[in-house]
Design a protein around this ligand. Sequence first.
Ligand SMILES: Cc1cc2nc3c(=O)[nH]c(=O)nc-3n(C[C@H](O)[C@H](O)[C@H](O)COP(=O)(O)OP(=O)(O)OC[C@H]3O[C@@H](n4cnc5c(N)ncnc54)[C@H](O)[C@@H]3O)c2cc1C
Ligand code: SF4
Length: 330
Amino acid sequence: MKAFEYVDVKTPESAAAALPADASMNEPRRSVYLKAGGIDLIDMLKERDIEPNRLLNLKAGEADLRYIRLDGDTIRIGPLVTLHQLSADPIVVEHFPGLAQAAGEAATPQIRNVATVGGNLCQRPRCWYFRAAEFNCLKKGGDICFAKEGENQYHAVFGDGPSYIVHPSNLAVPLTAVDAEIEVRNPEGTRVIRTSEFFVMPDENVMVENVLGPTDVIAELRIPTGIKQSSYYEVREKQSYDWPLVAATAALTSEGWRVVMGAVAPVPWRASETEEILGSKPMTAELAAEAAEAAVAGAKPLRYNRYKLDLIKVVVRRALTRAAGLEDYA
Ligand SMILES: Cc1cc2nc3c(=O)[nH]c(=O)nc-3n(C[C@H](O)[C@H](O)[C@H](O)COP(=O)(O)OP(=O)(O)OC[C@H]3O[C@@H](n4cnc5c(N)ncnc54)[C@H](O)[C@@H]3O)c2cc1C
Ligand code: SF4
């Protein structure tokens, strides 16, 4: 492994000031990277997908950046809150169980103890062609998506390319359902991005997965309270040490039911036709089953991932009944 400097940074502001402004977050030759828990970043480093000269260790600011607070009608979450902490926090469990469930079902207990919310949202895709140095695919600046005609059993069924990754973050699914705010610091100041505008489709820019600029650092997540019911439900091949095959959050907001799916598209994917059927109606098992059938509207499966369509119907139905407390999936 190439030698690199390891520098502690204690605040998003000092991290932003130390990041190079001239290379995008995902530029493989970028010289400086921000590290939070390091689960994905160190993985990329060990695989030689990135070869930085310097890592900025944001964990040095853990004492101040690992908080969950109720502030009026907003839950404020620091960027270094771990997945385990999120899954067990009484404020999150009471006001947004769908987020606690998504955090608690990710990865493995060991990873959940280290991985942070900021890093979870910014982790890179799991596509095996992307992760293997031999394949210079579109996302790495090449001119072909190897998954489109290749081994695409874990890839997207929505979105129509040109890259068929699925977004890997569990947290992105419930956060998109309630359109949480992401506060970002950079050397110019602070900006707030709605979750619905944070993730980027590959036809807009195939090289990135989110709108963060080279010196943007996530400083806080803000979630509105007042979500009446919410859940997260997923199906995976292995119960641990894996990512979901299909996931969904159902949340009853002041504007009606929001249903967002994970692991089916390059960004968290709203099931709009399902939402239309649901409106703000009280949930029943029959309504959940009817609305879940509509969640596959517009899907275009690839050669090996048609099975995801059946999973989507099951996962969305169970997310809805779980949110309404109709069945116990504990
Ligand atoms: C076996 C295995 C199974 C897994 N299963 C799941 C799963 O089921 N669901 C799931 O969601 N995840 C899963 N993961 C992924 C894991 O949850 C993420 O890698 C982890 O959450 C990343 O967080 P981190 O703090 O370690 O980030 P890091 O690895 O430190 O950083 C990841 C990226 O985020 C950037 N970053 C970190 N913090 C910030 C910030 N504050 N502002 C801007 N950019 C930032 C870094 O620069 C880097 O680019 C799995 C991982 C493994 C190894
Ligand atoms: S799905 Fe995306 S990351 Fe995977 S091979 Fe195609 S372009 Fe590359």
